[in-house]
Design a protein around this ligand. Structure first.
Ligand SMILES: *Cc1c(COP(=O)(O)O)cnc(C)c1O
Ligand SMILES: [Zn+2]
Length: 429
């Protein structure tokens, strides 16, 4: 029987088998893409089979995923099935009647990267590896450390010194060997590549390992199911290395190619004003990567040399996508607005997608009636310093009623007339 999937180079287009430890193209060093026989997938899975599935993890989409038929996928953390909220209050504030928030910060280590790391540990097991390594702006690292802790791998993880404390602490708690590099993400990445080569570890580096993106695409399968197969007009996502955007697009592409959906959404590719190499190329209609500085508060998308540049640019173009660059202030404002209107707390890169939607709507790039899904890629508790910058301070008082009344008045937060009965607040008429 022919393999269910194979690899194809995004640069020289050569095809090859895809063993579990495959990295870049053997001929040219280009980034590989995993390819499938969509006819066969379409025959083995449909809307109904998915609806009947009792698997509530990302592995319910196994027919679309590049794992061997006998791979055990049940031993990992519980990844996927994150909530999709209709965000009417936020939509009302920004003039969108059909806005949804996909909260992928809901995953076990609190970012969308868990989808890639859950895939990584399954592929590492297939490859017979015992050690996994990666370089990461933070979330790929913490998700790998978590998934590896659950499935019994040793990890070596390289993070730039600027990685927020919350993410680094996750790594340490999950027992990773953490190497904090006094340098940029690009320098961190290059050091990790040399170490992986020298010690022969399983490589979970973004883009270099073509299977990771296949895990990430499950977020789109969930969106399709959660919207009852009514595909959205736009899906907003923040872009760093470009694996997430490319993965999101591939998920929608796969469903369409296998005949499960009849419409493809357009991507809204959101980058930071201080670091937008992918959007710059799309806007210049160029395939040439011009590295930029990594100048943004959104550490997860502070990537001056995106590792999956070509796949991301191609995905945005194929989807007839929109590019939006947002300032740090706009990101912080989006954290606060999304928090108070939806109850979802995002880290800066996690709120960047929503900041992009707000800006795209304000600039008239998307119509009021469009249905828009904004993916929150990471939880705000990972970076509480930024959350603090996004919001005001609490009302500080001494433990005294007069001080409290004073505090309320100073903060302009005077409560209405409420009476409390047995802990239940009822408004006085
Ligand atoms: C990694 C990450 C991104 C961007 O994903 P890329 O694949 O690097 O483009 C966005 N948001 C968060 C929270 C991330 O961790
Ligand atoms: Zn090649």
């Amino acid at each position: 029987m022919a393999a269910r999937y194979y690899a194809k180079c995004t640069s020289c287009k050569k095809q090859a088998d895809a063993p579990p430890d495959i990295t870049t193209c053997a001929s040219c060093g280009g980034i590989l893409d995993i390819k499938y026989d969509y006819n066969a997938i379409g025959k083995s899975v449909g809307r109904k089979t998915l609806e009947d599935s009792r698997d509530r993890t990302m592995w319910r989409y196994r027919a679309f995923l590049p794992v061997s038929d006998d791979a055990d996928v049940t031993g990992g953390l519980r990844v996927g099935n994150s909530p999709l909220y209709k965000a009417d209050k936020l939509g009302g504030e920004i003039g969108l009647s059909n806005l949804y928030i996909k909260d992928d910060g809901f995953n076990p280590t609190s970012s969308l990267k868990d989808r890639a790391s859950a895939m990584a540990v399954v592929k590492a097991a297939e490859a017979g590896a015992s050690v996994i390594a990666c370089a990461s702006t933070g979330n790929a690292a913490s998700s790998l450390a978590g998934s590896a802790a659950k499935t019994g791998f040793k990890t070596y993880i390289f993070v730039p010194g600027r990685a927020p404390l919350g993410k680094v602490t996750q790594l340490l708690v999950f027992g990773a060997n953490v190497i904090s590099v006094d340098g940029s993400y690009e320098e961190t990445f290059r050091l990790s590549a040399k170490a992986i080569e020298r010690w022969g570890w399983y490589n979970r580096n973004a883009a270099v390992n073509p299977f990771l993106m296949e895990g990430k695409k499950t977020v789109s399968f969930e969106i399709a199911e959660q919207l009852n197969w009514e595909m959205p007009d736009y899906v907003a996502v923040s872009v760093g290395d470009g694996c997430t955007a490319a993965g999101v697009w591939k998920g929608f592409y796969d469903l369409h190619a296998a005949g499960l959906t009849d419409k493809l959404p357009r991507l809204i590719s959101v980058q930071a004003e201080g670091c937008s190499p992918v959007n710059n190329a799309v806007e210049a209609d160029s395939d040439k990567l011009v590295p930029t500085q990594e100048n943004t508060i959104a550490d997860s998308i502070a990537v001056g040399v995106p590792r999956n540049f070509l796949k991301a640019v191609t995905a945005i173009r194929q989807s007839n996508g929109i590019t939006v660059n947002v300032s740090d202030r706009e990101i912080l404002d989006a954290i606060a607005l999304m928090g108070k209107t939806t109850g979802v707390f995002a880290e800066p890169a996690g709120a960047a997608g929503t900041a992009g939607v707000i800006k795209a709507r304000a600039n008239g790039l998307i119509p009021r009636g469009a249905s828009v899904v904004s993916i929150v890629t990471g939880n705000g508790l990972k970076d509480i310093k930024s959350g603090e910058k996004a919001t005001g301070a609490p009302i500080l008082v001494k433990p005294d009623m007069n001080a409290l009344i004073d505090g309320f008045e100073k903060a302009g937060a005077v409560p209405g007339q409420y009476k409390i009965f047995c802990g239940v607040q009822t408004k006085k008429r």
